[in-house]
Design a protein around this ligand. Structure first.
Ligand SMILES: *[C@@H]1O[C@H](CO)[C@@H](O)[C@H](O)[C@H]1NC(C)=O
Ligand SMILES: *[C@@H]1O[C@H](CO)[C@@H](O)[C@H](O)[C@H]1NC(C)=O
Ligand SMILES: *[C@@H]1O[C@H](CO)[C@@H](O)[C@H](O)[C@H]1NC(C)=O
Ligand SMILES: *[C@@H]1O[C@H](CO)[C@@H](O)[C@H](O)[C@H]1NC(C)=O
Length: 192
């Protein structure tokens, strides 16, 4: 009799345990599912013209730091490892460098791996157009050779107060070591 009761109690406990596991996993799934729907989505392009010793007037980016084996005129060897570039690039709504900018992409990138092309980006989109006012701040690793890369949207001001999310970068054009254009698909998961 006692043994039977014990057995029944054990089974009940096991059942309770399984039910609680199930509810935890359902809760996690629901949360993930909700987080996958952005509250705001925007696509912009920004254009980086790197100084190459001849285009000082036109350049929007400058090498400000280079490793001892390189210089600040031309990106160094070994996949530009150690180069630090500061930029103030025009942001446009389409992929045309000559379209009227809606703001500036301002910040820096550091090439941070010898073996492959990869960089770390820290920059802001500073908007000053009739449509958008304020800024969006970005940070993250940019493995340039991948077709798309996700970086973090870590905050914002003005129209983008407290913004958080992810931005998917895609190299839309790449011309020599002078010009590149990044398509930035911004998905905000927190909007105010
Ligand atoms: C500035 O540089 C870009 C990229 O190399 C080029 O397409 C554009 O024609 C240049 N503009 C001027 C005025 O030189
Ligand atoms: C800078 O480095 C590049 C490539 O390593 C080289 O071709 C160029 O001559 C160097 N320029 C100066 C001013 O040292
Ligand atoms: C924003 O644009 C206006 C009008 O063109 C200009 O007066 C103002 O100085 C700009 N502000 C910034 C921060 O660029
Ligand atoms: C970049 O691409 C490589 C090779 O295709 C892949 O292994 C890696 O996970 C990718 N990295 C990111 C951050 O997407």
């Amino acid at each position: 009799m006692r043994n039977l009761e014990m057995e029944a109690a054990k089974r009940l406990l096991l059942l309770l345990f399984l039910v609680s596991l199930l509810s935890i996993s359902t809760a996690t799934t629901t949360r993930k599912f909700r987080a996958r729907k952005p509250c705001k989505r925007m696509v912009f392009y920004f254009h980086d013209i790197i100084y190459n010793g001849k285009n000082a007037k036109n350049a929007t980016a400058a090498i400000v730091g280079a490793p001892a084996w390189g210089n600040r005129t031309i990106l160094s060897g070994q996949n530009h490892f150690g180069d630090l570039v500061v930029f103030d690039d025009p942001i446009t709504l389409d992929n045309n460098l000559h379209s009227t900018p809606v703001g500036r992409a301002q910040g820096f990138y550091i090439y941070d791996k010898k073996g492959i092309f990869t960089a770390w980006l820290g920059f802001s989109f500073v908007f000053n157009s009739t449509e958008h006012k304020g800024s969006i701040n970005f940070a993250g690793a940019d493995p340039l050779m991948n077709k798309t890369r996700d970086i973090s949207v870590i905050g914002g001001t003005g129209d983008f107060f407290m913004a958080r999310g992810v931005a998917t970068l895609m190299t839309d054009a790449f011309e020599g070591e002078v010009y590149f254009r990044l398509r930035t698909d911004i998905k905000l998961y927190e909007c105010w």
